[in-house]
Design a protein around this ligand. Structure first.
Ligand SMILES: Cc1ncc(C[n+]2csc(CCOP(=O)(O)OP(=O)(O)O)c2C)c(N)n1
Length: 315
């Protein structure tokens, strides 16, 4: 569906999100059989499962929505542990290949990307100085918004998105950075668009903001001079309408269920929409048949082959 007057195709955004979600999961779990050309076996799974799935789907949603609406945007990721998602987006846009010539838009590139994630001498599990375009690693939470305002200083041509974790916004640094709106929001500086990623949890507990009422949340940001707007991240049309109408004061509060589109539950424990999806939601996929089958079903749910064929044709 094309949203009239916006020049943005909702289906294209949703396809990109699906593509990047698949690649996020594949980086965390797979060392072989990346296209699922045969049923998964234990030998396809990496020996040591590391990484953070929970934040990835929301990062992919934010990245795709903003990128297709504002292609010149610069993206700052608050919680750097959502690296598989950032890396998937850099691969999708062809931004990785300049630095990593093996990140080609074909099977070789896909295998390289997935195998090398969190692998000795490969890519780290978190954003790092090795990541093209990175100006904030995010390992120590709190600096995304301050970094965004700093990068926009004296650069009116810039459009910078800071995706702030809701856990991150509990830090003194992130809270203090909200004051920068009043100090640095001017036509002499670039546009900073803060997006709070309200996915509800930080590691193993709910965030303060997830347990706040909408009124409390809106009033908090209004108090810092922002014009906050709450968006359901899973509703692409709604997100695009908000993005089409932003002002320099806009502060987006993007709600997504943590681990969205991942497995719903494991052994009676809720995964999607819960802190249990923060890291690796199927930790025994290399040795437990049930978890391996759940991973296969999860990966298949994205219909990646169809997206991959389109992707390789475009390049
Ligand atoms: C200053 C600081 N305090 C604590 C941590 C430990 N830590 C790592 S991830 C995390 C939770 C992050 O939650 P959130 O910002 O909501 O990100 P998401 O839920 O999207 O993963 C915490 C507390 C840290 N990295 N930095």
């Amino acid at each position: 569906m094309h949203i009239h007057g916006l020049g943005v195709n909702v289906r294209d955004i949703e396809k990109r999100i699906r593509f990047c979600n698949y690649l996020s999961v594949a980086q965390i779990f797979l060392q072989d059989n990346i296209l699922l050309n045969r049923p998964l076996s234990f030998s396809d799974i990496k020996p040591r499962l590391l990484g953070h799935w929970g934040s990835c789907p929301g990062i992919n949603i934010a990245y795709a929505n903003v990128k297709l609406r504002y292609p010149h945007m610069q993206f700052i990721l608050g919680p750097g542990h959502g690296f598989p998602a950032l890396q998937a987006n850099l691969y999708y846009d062809g931004d990785l290949i300049d630095i990593y010539p093996e990140a080609t838009p074909n099977l070789h590139g896909l295998e390289y990307l997935c195998k090398q994630f969190s692998w000795p001498y490969g890519f780290p599990s978190h954003a790092s100085p090795m990541t093209p375009g990175i100006i904030s690693e995010g390992g120590e939470l709190g600096y995304s918004l301050a970094t965004a305002y700093g990068a926009a200083l004296g650069r009116p041509e810039k459009f910078i998105v800071a995706l702030i974790g809701d856990g991150e916004l509990e830090t003194a640094t992130a809270l203090g950075s909200l004051n920068l709106n009043r100090l640095l929001n001017s036509r002499h500086n670039g546009h900073v668009l803060p997006i709070l990623h309200l996915n509800g949890y930080k590691i193993s507990a709910p965030t303060i903001y997830a347990r706040s009422s909408e009124r409390e949340l809106l009033n908090l940001f209004r108090g810092f001079g922002y014009a906050p707007v709450i968006v359901d991240g899973t509703n692409t049309e709604e997100f695009q309408l908000v993005l089409a109408n932003i002002t320099p004061e806009t502060f987006i509060i993007m709600q997504t269920p943590k681990g969205y589109t991942g497995p719903k539950e494991l052994d009676g424990k809720k995964l999607e929409g819960n802190c249990a999806s923060h890291q690796v939601p199927l930790p025994k996929a290399k040795s437990d048949r049930k978890q391996l089958q759940m991973l296969q079903t999860w990966l298949e749910s994205y219909n990646f082959k169809e997206l991959y064929d389109e992707f390789t044709e475009k390049h």
